[in-house]
Design a protein around this ligand. Structure first.
Ligand code: NAD
Length: 335
């Protein structure tokens, strides 16, 4: 299969490209990415000379660029997005542009070029928070709480409309919080791990009572791959580790501190920085599990592996934190 991956220089996209190139020797991947602050080609450095991999710098809002990159592909996996909730609260325009308008552009290119399959990578955050012991489920109404999750819900609505009106060959995946290697250190786990490695405190929001489901990134990649190859067109699949027991943000922080051998004094409580903060996300992933998927890494194991990765890749995250990583593209592509 020849796959166009949008947003392939980001966290999940780069892990997905690695997953495909390592597991399917016959497949090839075109990585289409604008290289915003969140895009880092260093994530895929090991494939730069691999004939099955190519990179095109472009914006998903640019129809001609997307259509040009999509020539001859069998499928499009659409990850490209502005992805950070906090940023969306303070500056929403780019979220609407990329996540909503950009998704319509990708849908139009898929339809007009007759591409056989598209996956829209969405999020469990479209459901908003849900009270214990209920879990959100495909078919539940959307109740987004931030401009980020609202833009993802809007993107899903455009996909649903295209499926209904044009029989567009789209499937949707909605995963819970991913963690693992190559995650930009503005997100909670890599921020906390790298802060502790730099002997800095970790800012825990709003008492840390919020509950999230934590999914190891490679498990999300295997689920998206399963949907790509065996999912039913027009369907949406919720992907979750369904951590049992559920963990609060404070508990997950304490697990990280324990792995790093640090005390609770590293936690710095901060309040009010995320207005509209959802209390609990939990989704029912029985539909994707019925296709034969299950997560392979427990939270305790996944956190250990993640901490070990950040310990072993200090150069990567130090370059990201200092902004120096953005020089890589210029050096590599001599622009
Ligand atoms: N990280 C999570 O826990 C999580 C959970 C559920 C769903 N998702 C979804 O998965 C996808 C990937 O998330 P991530 O955490 O890897 O994000 P990320 O921020 O790490 O990466 C996003 C990538 O998209 C690229 N991009 C941004 N705007 C673009 C544009 N206009 N044109 C082309 N490329 C552009 C960036 O350069 C970057 O490489 C997103 O759609 C996000 O909504 C993420």
């Amino acid at each position: 299969m020849n796959i166009l991956v949008t947003g392939g220089a980001g966290f999940i996209g780069s892990n997905f490209i690695r997953y495909i190139l390592q597991n399917y020797l016959e497949d090839s991947v075109v990585n289409f990415d604008k290289l915003t602050y969140a895009g880092n080609l260093e994530n895929l450095q090991e494939f730069k000379d691999d004939k099955r991999y190519s990179f095109i710098k472009g914006d998903v809002c640019d129809y001609d660029a997307v259509a040009g990159a999509s020539q001859g592909v069998d499928a499009v996996v659409h990850f490209a997005a502005e992805s950070h909730v906090d940023r969306s609260i303070h500056a929403s325009h780019e979220f609407i542009r990329t996540n909503v308008f950009g998704t319509q552009v990708v849908i139009d290119a898929v339809r007009e070029l007759g591409i056989k399959k598209m996956i829209l990578v969405s999020t469990d955050e479209v459901y908003g928070d849900v009270e214990k012991p209920r879990k959100s489920k495909d078919g539940d109404p959307f109740k987004p709480s931030s401009p980020y999750s609202a833009s993802k819900a809007a993107a899903e609505s455009l996909a649903i409309a295209a499926i209904r009106t044009h029989e567009a060959p789209i499937m949707i995946t909605r995963s819970t919080n991913n963690y693992g290697p190559y995650q930009f250190p503005e997100k909670i786990l890599p921020l906390f791990i790298t802060n502790v490695l730099e002997d800095k405190k970790v800012p825990l929001y709003d008492g840390g009572t919020q509950i999230r489901d934590w999914l190891y990134v490679e498990d999300n990649c295997s689920a998206i791959d399963l949907v790509l190859r065996h999912g039913t067109l027009g369907e949406a699949y919720d992907i979750a580790a369904e951590n049992d027991p559920e963990v609060t943000n404070r508990e997950v922080t304490e697990m990280v501190l324990d792995i790093l051998g640090k005390g609770r004094d590293f936690i710095q409580d901060v309040w009010g920085l995320r207005p509209g903060h959802d209390q609990r996300y939990a989704v029912d992933s029985s539909k994707i599990r019925a296709l034969g998927w299950k997560p392979s890494v427990s939270l305790a194991e996944g956190l250990k592996q993640t901490v070990t990765w950040y310990q072993g890749n200090e150069g990567w995250w130090k370059r990201v934190k200092s902004g120096e990583y953005q020089e890589y593209y210029k050096k590599q592509y001599r622009v």
